[in-house]
Design a protein around this ligand. Sequence first.
Ligand SMILES: Cc1cc2nc3c(=O)[nH]c(=O)nc-3n(C[C@H](O)[C@H](O)[C@H](O)COP(=O)(O)OP(=O)(O)OC[C@H]3O[C@@H](n4cnc5c(N)ncnc54)[C@H](O)[C@@H]3O)c2cc1C
Ligand code: FES
Length: 238
Amino acid sequence: MAIIKSNSEIASAIWRMTVSGTPLGRAGQFFMLRVPGALDPLLGRPISICEIDAELGETTFVYQTVGRGTAQFARLLPGQEIEAQGPYGNGFPLKAGRAVLIGGGIGTAPMLQLAKELHASDPTRMIDVYLGFREEAYLEKSFEQYADSVTRNIGGYVVNDVDFSLDATYYACGPAPMLRAAASAADEASANLFVSLEKHMACGVGACLGCTCQTEHGRKRVCKDGPVFDYREVRDAI
Ligand SMILES: Cc1cc2nc3c(=O)[nH]c(=O)nc-3n(C[C@H](O)[C@H](O)[C@H](O)COP(=O)(O)OP(=O)(O)OC[C@H]3O[C@@H](n4cnc5c(N)ncnc54)[C@H](O)[C@@H]3O)c2cc1C
Ligand code: FES
């Protein structure tokens, strides 16, 4: 059980929650979060690690209230408990050299811990961040301490802002149409791109097979084999 340290709305329907008492994961991994004792929904909801403070032993999540589970998270107060199973999933590979991070909407959240880890593993590497939002930006300022550039796009197509011809590793998380656009641009430029996929999840640990996607190596579980994949591998999810 994790303890809520803070939980507040940072943009319209976007909440930032910091908890203590969970094992610390790494960028691209997620936790199955659930309000203790809740009967509806009974199952946890997958929420990505947004930022880890290893010194304080705290993990921050940023979530959008879209339905029953996330609405319950928003009612939790500091000092209360939340079930946090995890960390689950493979996480982003930290490749050497320049990195370009692309986040769309709530897909921005896991990019922050990725920027932090990429910067920590090589403070001299170039990191360019591109963030796309429908109406209102959030988390943007938090990237500035790790990135050489942060480009924001509101209401447009963030992938159009990205130069895919650089000698860099590209990482993307966001809605499927955004990932499709990124995959197509990466393909054209022969760029290396890792995408973090979203699927409905029941167990989160590879047991129910409810979250599979078709890959060149057969069906894979997004929760256990992913959620991060080389875009070239994915056949039906983007
Ligand atoms: C690996 C992973 C990491 C994620 N990280 C984050 C994160 O950091 N922050 C965040 O806000 N959200 C994240 N999500 C999405 C989040 O899990 C869903 O928004 C959440 O489960 C919705 O639960 P709910 O009970 O509020 O909504 P429900 O009442 O269950 O559904 C409300 C609406 O959301 C849609 N929905 C539900 N689950 C998903 C899902 N897994 N993917 C896409 N749409 C869904 C439903 O189709 C429905 O339209 C992540 C999903 C995955 C798979
Ligand atoms: S959610 Fe059960 S196998 Fe992935």
